[in-house]
Design a protein around this ligand. Sequence first.
Ligand SMILES: NC(=O)c1ccc[n+]([C@@H]2O[C@H](COP(=O)([O-])OP(=O)(O)OC[C@H]3O[C@@H](n4cnc5c(N)ncnc54)[C@H](O)[C@@H]3O)[C@@H](O)[C@H]2O)c1
Length: 248
Amino acid sequence: MDLKNQVAIVTGGGSGIGRATAIAFARAGASVVIANRNVERGEEVARLICSTSGRAIFVKTNVAQASEVEAAVDRAVREFGRLDIAFNNAGIDGSHLPLAEQSETDVTALLDVNVKGVWLCMKYEIGQMLKNGGGAIVNNSSIFGLNGYPTWSVYTATKHAVTGMTKAAALEYAQQKIRINAVGPGPIETPLLEVGTGGNPHSYAGFVPMGRIGQPEEVANAVVWLCSSAASFVTGHTLPVDGGVCAQ
Ligand SMILES: NC(=O)c1ccc[n+]([C@@H]2O[C@H](COP(=O)([O-])OP(=O)(O)OC[C@H]3O[C@@H](n4cnc5c(N)ncnc54)[C@H](O)[C@@H]3O)[C@@H](O)[C@H]2O)c1
């Protein structure tokens, strides 16, 4: 899967699935903009890519702030000349509680980052891709964007929003050569799952038909494929990368 001469942006590229995907994009030949809220982690990934002969920059970005998302897209174009690929991955999981015990503060944060953040990213990325004559966007949904799970109600709502926004946007831009898809990861060994499971991410292996949780690189491979010309007729799809969870 060749992404040579292409320019990619990865939100939340400082850790977990975003980090693995930023590295995979660079290995496939793309220049990568890492847009992350956490400076230390984002800079570390950019340095790592540059130290292995890749091209990457870090831009401090909160995806819930329009001006910061717009600035990250502008910086990609200033630095590398265009924008071809985007992985809208930044997300949070909130508190794992029954719906009636969720707080308004948590719900607002989840909607701001997971829904408004993906919308803002697509808004500015699409604006730029229309100038280029096309592009490929992948949003990070979840198996929770396809199914429901107890104690994850609000997170599940945000990920269903990502799945739905992906479908509608794909239809809006299909004729302008912008493909828009999503991935639906199952439990993946990242800091988010580590915290969400109280330090034991492998406790989720029992929910997975394959009997194990996934690795960030296994999601990254699917994202690279969706962004590559190998997926040229795929749009509007949410691809589960879940060891079989959604097949049950
Ligand atoms: N790990 C899993 O099991 C799993 C499963 C399904 C979906 N996901 C989704 O994958 C995505 C990445 O999760 P992960 O597991 O790699 O988590 P992670 O916590 O390792 O990485 C998330 C990254 O996003 C960044 N981030 C958070 N809020 C941000 C904001 N407002 N603006 C910019 N950056 C921000 C964080 O700094 C971090 O670098 C999320 O959208 C998550 O919902 C994860």
